[in-house]
Design a protein around this ligand. Structure first.
Ligand SMILES: [Zn+2]
Length: 431
């Protein structure tokens, strides 16, 4: 391994006591951040809301206390920079997202951002600098809850922002363009959030697993091999509305009954797939949605994910054929339009190796797994090498208030991340 780290200080590993204290601090901050919520009873923090602004202010303050120079970028990401041995060097970027789903858990996203702040605070306290700069980012929009487009903010940073998103509207009809302006940003400058490959040497994300593989393997940490491919498709059945008390059962064109039959077929098709594909219809609108009228319209959104692109395409085709077949039998029409597609995205081999090595030092053995959930790392892969560590979460529960992580597991994650940074500082990415 080359010695590219001659100008930076050696980064010592965290002592168990130190890691435990830091983990406790990260979790306390996750809880504090979770108080910034749109809903009183549960956690919900969407993109470009007043709560997003307050979250940026709070995390920005923590970043500053950790020795970072802080700015908010052109799409509302909160960004902190801790210089390396010399100012102006390219950076290792750490982070995750600060937005949440509705009635969310408090660790999804926040854990990765606050762990990065804690790691930097430790370097700052001990006056240690890497041969590279260390940046932390809290992405404003990963979940896509408000405007229906996911990874908006990480795609902006990766330079793949699409101005067409500015016209996307939230539930109240507010376009993203206006929401950016209301937040104090200039929508015409959104692309300005893009970074260049010369500025960012690597992106590392720590995230809860949102699955049960680590729990089953009885290990706190795993290195992510790839973010699985995904498709999202809007599908509609069109039939004929009619009086529920008059049109005989045999003569109906009930779009919602057709949808119900198709959704069952979707579930069966995914269950029969051996490659690990998942299929979900999680959104449905019925028209006219009145108790005494036969539904003439059922509009749904289908979500497909899987580790194998060919198997995913195959399942996709089968599900569309099932839709056409249901429509044919019931004299309905069936339409489909894919509105989101990502290919299976592998993480960087060198970063996998660096992270795997540090995980082995922390928990004796490495564990490799792929992610069915999308992550900011997926978008950043267009800009730089990306690596991810997953932390075990109880029962795999996520996107739910019961989301839970153990302090000891977060301590293990901080230790592994610090070891990985030391390794990168010593030229692991140049070798
Ligand atoms: Zn997340």
């Amino acid at each position: 391994m080359s010695d590219g780290g001659t100008r930076g200080a050696a980064i010592p590993p965290l002592s168990p006591r130190e890691a435990a204290d830091m983990a406790a601090s990260v979790l306390a901050r996750c809880r504090e951040l979770a108080r910034l919520s749109e809903d009183e009873g549960g956690l919900c923090r969407c993109y470009l809301t007043p709560e997003h602004k307050r979250a940026n202010a709070l995390v920005g303050r923590w970043m500053r206390e950790a020795g970072m120079r802080v700015r908010q970028d052109a799409v509302g990401n909160i960004c902190g920079r801790y210089e390396g041995a010399e100012p102006g060097m390219s950076a290792v970027l750490l982070g995750s997202h600060l937005d949440t789903v509705r009635d969310a858990g408090i660790f999804d996203g926040a854990l990765g951002v606050l762990a990065a702040v804690e790691i930097t605070a430790r370097l700052h306290r001990d006056k240690l600098r890497l041969p590279l700069a260390l940046e932390t980012i809290g992405f404003g929009d990963e979940e896509g809850v408000r405007f229906g487009v996911t990874l908006t903010c990480s795609r902006a940073v990766a330079g793949t922002w699409d101005d067409a998103w500015l016209a996307c509207r939230d539930e109240s009809g507010v376009p993203l363009r206006d929401a950016l302006a209301e937040f104090g940003l200039n929508p015409a400058e959104a692309r300005g959030a893009g970074r260049s490959p010369a500025e960012i040497a690597a992106y590392l994300e720590l995230h809860i697993e949102q699955g049960v593989l680590l729990e089953k393997a009885r290990v706190p940490l795993g290195v992510v091999s790839a973010v699985n491919g995904a498709r999202r498709v809007e599908c509609c059945f069109y039939g004929q509305s009619g009086h529920a008390g008059i049109v005989p059962m045999g003569g109906r064109k009930d779009a919602l009954a057709g949808a119900a039959e198709w959704i069952s077929a979707v579930e069966r098709a995914a269950e029969a797939d051996a490659s690990g594909c998942l299929a979900t219809v999680g959104f449905i609108q019925c028209g006219p949605n009145v108790v005494n009228v036969i539904p003439g319209l059922a509009r749904m959104r289908l979500d497909l994910r899987g580790p194998d692109e060919a198997a995913l395409d195959c399942l996709y085709e089968e599900i569309l054929r099932a839709g056409a077949s249901v429509a044919g039998r019931r004299a309905l029409s069936f339409t489909h339009e894919q509105f989101y597609r990502v290919r299976n995205t592998p993480t960087d081999a060198r970063l996998r190796s660096v992270l795997g090595k540090s995980i082995r030092r922390v928990q004796k053995k490495n564990f490799v797994l792929s992610s069915n959930a999308g992550h900011d790392a997926l978008a950043l892969a267009a800009l730089c090498p990306v690596g991810m560590i997953f932390v075990r979460c109880r029962g795999g529960v996520s996107h739910h208030p019961d989301e839970s992580v153990e302090t000891a597991d977060v301590a293990a994650a901080l230790s592994a991340l610090m070891l990985a940074l030391a390794d990168i500082g010593h030229g692991a990415l140049q070798s």
